[in-house]
Design a protein around this ligand. Structure first.
Ligand code: PLP
Length: 353
């Protein structure tokens, strides 16, 4: 089986697995004052330090959460108070759902934010801008450093969903808050963090104990957090050449690549004209190759991708699959994909014609 759906969840890194297992041995609650509690607290603070170093923030500005969805919701609920909220047209549902009624920042045909439109939208009342770094369906990267400059000069706050890019590439920008997630960088599911600008205070989404300096109530999920920290310390994956090889094989069989040239090195979004995305996903799965539809699937219904629709992809929006290589992808995985894709395209594209 070739697993090429890393943007849904990465394969677990060995160091992360070891860290999870070590943390499972600790009985203590990090809030307890006795020796077992102090050992758990030490492990939690070591993890916080590792995450802070990795992402260039101070440990006090790291708030651990259950993952990217909660980190996004925490930031938007806290920073959006009294502000008009602007959300990129291709944001993940985790952001869209946290900001109902937000104004939409348009993107161009490659999925890159329209900076002129953003500058216009920034005028007027105080604003919170929510923009992702890398798109989960296409890998397209927004020019966040430029967006941050625009926000600063307009006095706007900026929240960045870096769930897909964190751990895979350097985050070369500053923002008021940044959401990151463990299982997108080879850590276990169930942990993530909100990285805050120096000293920025936020109200909790989940009130309770004084955990996370009162910013997130609840006993921290220490095994997941320890695994998260271990995964975050790994070198970024180097799979762009393998991705290019997979993409070239698909293009030779009639695929159209959707997205920008500046994108994540592990991702390609491939439309096969005339063939429904879910048909492709099933055909590839039967051939032992696991990818996902560009379209979001919920409650058994496959909806047309809002990301590809916002890019003006037209009918191709329902005919695209996402191939996302995990950190440990191999040439054999790519060759299996290429063979399966070429055979599928010959069979299905002929039928569609
Ligand atoms: N943001 C983006 C861009 C994502 O791709 C995802 C997950 O697919 C999330 C947020 C949600 O992260 P999590 O699964 O950690 O809640």
């Amino acid at each position: 089986m070739a697993y090429l759906d890393a943007n849904a969840s990465e394969t677990l890194r060995p160091d992360a697995r070891a860290a999870v297992l070590a943390a499972l041995e600790l009985a203590g609650n990090p809030s307890s004052v006795h020796a077992a509690g102090r050992a758990a607290r030490r492990m939690l603070e070591d993890a916080r330090e590792a995450i802070a170093v990795r992402f260039g923030v101070t440990p006090a500005d790291v708030v651990f959460t259950s993952g990217g969805t909660e980190a996004n919701a925490l930031a938007i609920r806290a920073l959006g108070v009294g502000r008009r909220i602007l959300v990129g047209a291709t944001e993940h549902d985790a952001v869209r759902a946290a900001a109902p009624g937000a104004d939409i920042i348009p993107v161009d045909g490659a999925g890159v934010v329209d900076l002129a439109a953003l500058a216009t939208l920034l005028q007027g009342s105080p604003v919170l801008v929510c923009l992702m770094h890398a798109n989960n369906e296409t890998g397209t990267l927004h020019p966040i450093a430029e967006v941050a400059r625009l926000c600063r000069s307009a006095g706007a706050l900026l929240h960045v969903d870096a769930v897909q890019s964190a751990g895979r590439m350097a985050l070369e920008f500053r923002a008021d808050s940044i959401a990151v997630s463990s299982h997108k960088m080879g850590g276990p599911k169930g942990a993530g963090a909100l990285l805050l600008a120096p000293g920025l205070a936020i109200a909790p989404l989940i009130a309770g104990g004084e955990q996370e300096r009162g910013r997130r109530g609840g006993t921290p999920a220490l095994p997941a957090i320890a695994g998260f920290a271990a995964a975050a310390q790994a070198a970024p994956p180097d799979v762009a050449a393998l991705r290019d090889r997979a993409e070239a094989a698909a293009v030779s069989a009639g695929a159209v690549v959707l997205g920008a040239a500046r994108r994540l090195g592990n991702t390609t979004c491939l439309a096969l004209p005339g063939v429904r995305a879910e048909t492709q996903v099933i055909a590839l799965d039967l051939a032992g190759v696991q990818v996902s539809a560009g379209a979001a699937c919920s409650s058994g219904k496959v909806a047309r991708s809002h990301v590809l629709a916002a890019m003006g992809a037209g009918a191709l929006a329902g005919q695209a699959i996402r191939v996302s290589l995990p950190w440990d992808a191999t040439m054999a995985d790519v060759d299996a994909f290429a063979a399966a894709y070429v055979a599928m395209a010959a069979r299905l594209a002929r039928r569609a014609a």
